[in-house]
Design a protein around this ligand. Structure first.
Ligand code: UDP
Length: 368
């Protein structure tokens, strides 16, 4: 008998299991994949820790969350400074003085502001979609070069049909600061995410390759409470319909050079390149990387169906309405705690998932 059965060994489940175990509770963690760490999973090849489900850069402003992850790994000083390439020209992301300089040749914030002002979409209401949001934030040149086609590739939808909220994640600044994140703390766990998860799960019973739904009644009977981190619609038998996602395909190659693209993340923003970005894993953490070997991964957006990995929740009105119905059931379900990207149907960063697990654990599992 366990206090908690935790379905899913990703960031939410693992954090919850750790907190509960430290508080003297007995946990069983199960996962249908053959490995722990969810989409944070990393695998070592040629001394390089490959981010198998896409790049994961840890960042947070919260000292408690930073202190928590540092218990399980040493973090390096990696700072995310992505580059965006369109038609052979490189621009800095986030949108900063470096970007405005590459776009217009301007060198002062005043000149950059004047350029943006000249082409900015002026609205007397809130932007109604992603295109309006982008045009009112940065104007036509940046929209056409760095946003429009990248967004179409990623979502396979016209930016006019996408919610403005998607682009609110993209930082814009009038300084020569090309650190993508605003957060105080940032880094990559030295030795890989999987090793960090192994530490987080130290002393906790974990079973991988286990399908919860194939034996749900038996599993439920094993514990007082269930922590469910899978898809909330699946948990409730898709009774209100299926929540939609975007998926991704990854094409990975080992190349016999020391340095292939000179940066961890390079976005490809034009329509003629099928991938949205290319990752060179060793630039996240090169502490054990072999010389003259590198691993690159092209990230190609893909349609999602039930057999593919759900990456990005489609947060449009239709899906939000469906999710709300599932959340009502979840709120009334006293024995099950729902958490994480799939159960909360939210496009979460890692630190936000940890924050959610911490607060749900503190509140004794209340779902609201
Ligand atoms: N985006 C863009 N150009 C870029 C990077 C991002 O237009 O070079 C837009 C795109 O619509 C994307 C959104 O910004 O869906 C959020 O991007 P972010 O990089 O935050 O997402 P993630 O890295 O999680 O894919």
């Amino acid at each position: 008998m366990y206090d908690y059965l935790i379905v899913g060994a990703g960031m939410f489940g693992t954090t919850f299991a750790r907190l509960a175990t430290d508080a003297g509770k007995k946990c069983l963690v199960i996962d249908k994949r053959e490995h722990i760490a969810g989409n944070c999973f990393s695998k070592e090849t040629h001394g390089i820790h490959q981010h198998i489900y896409g790049p994961h850069i840890f960042h947070t402003n919260d000292a408690d969350i930073w202190e928590y992850v540092n218990r399980f790994a040493e973090f390096n000083t990696f700072v995310n400074r992505p580059i965006a390439i369109n038609n052979g020209k490189a621009y800095s992301l986030p949108f900063s003085m470096y970007t405005f300089n590459a776009m217009w040749g301007v060198t002062t914030p005043q000149e950059a502001m004047a350029k943006i002002e000249e082409q900015r979409l002026k609205l007397d209401r809130e932007p109604a979609n992603l295109e309006e949001q982008a045009l009112s934030l940065v104007g036509t040149d940046i929209y056409n070069t760095l946003i429009r086609d990248y967004t179409k590739k990623q979502w396979k939808k016209d930016p006019k049909e996408l919610p403005a909220s998607i682009i609110k994640r993209l930082p814009v600044r009038l300084t020569w600061d090309n650190n993508y994140f605003f957060d105080k703390y940032q880094g990559i766990p030295v030795g890989g995410y999987t090793a960090m998860f192994e530490q987080m799960l130290d002393g906790i019973e974990v079973r991988t390759n286990v399908d919860y739904f194939a034996d749900k009644e038996n599993f439920d009977a094993m514990a007082d409470k269930v922590v469910f981190t899978g898809k909330i619609d699946e948990y409730y038998g898709f009774q209100f319909g299926e929540l939609e996602y975007r998926s991704l395909k990854f094409e990975t190659e080992v190349i016999d050079v020391d340095n292939y693209q000179g940066n961890a993340v390079i976005n490809y923003n034009s329509a003629d390149v099928p991938w949205t970005r290319m990752i060179e894993h060793k630039h996240f953490d090169d502490s054990t990387a072999e010389k003259n070997k590198t691993i690159i991964t092209k990230e190609i957006p893909d349609e999602w169906d039930r057999d593919k990995t759900p990456y990005y929740p489609i947060g449009d009105e239709k899906n939000t309405e469906i999710f709300k119905k599932y959340r009502e059931l979840a709120n009334a379900d006293e024995n099950v705690i729902f958490g994480g990207r799939l159960a909360e149907y939210r496009y979460y960063d890692m630190h936000q998932v940890i924050g959610s697990a911490m607060s749900k654990f503190k509140r004794g599992g209340f779902n609201g």
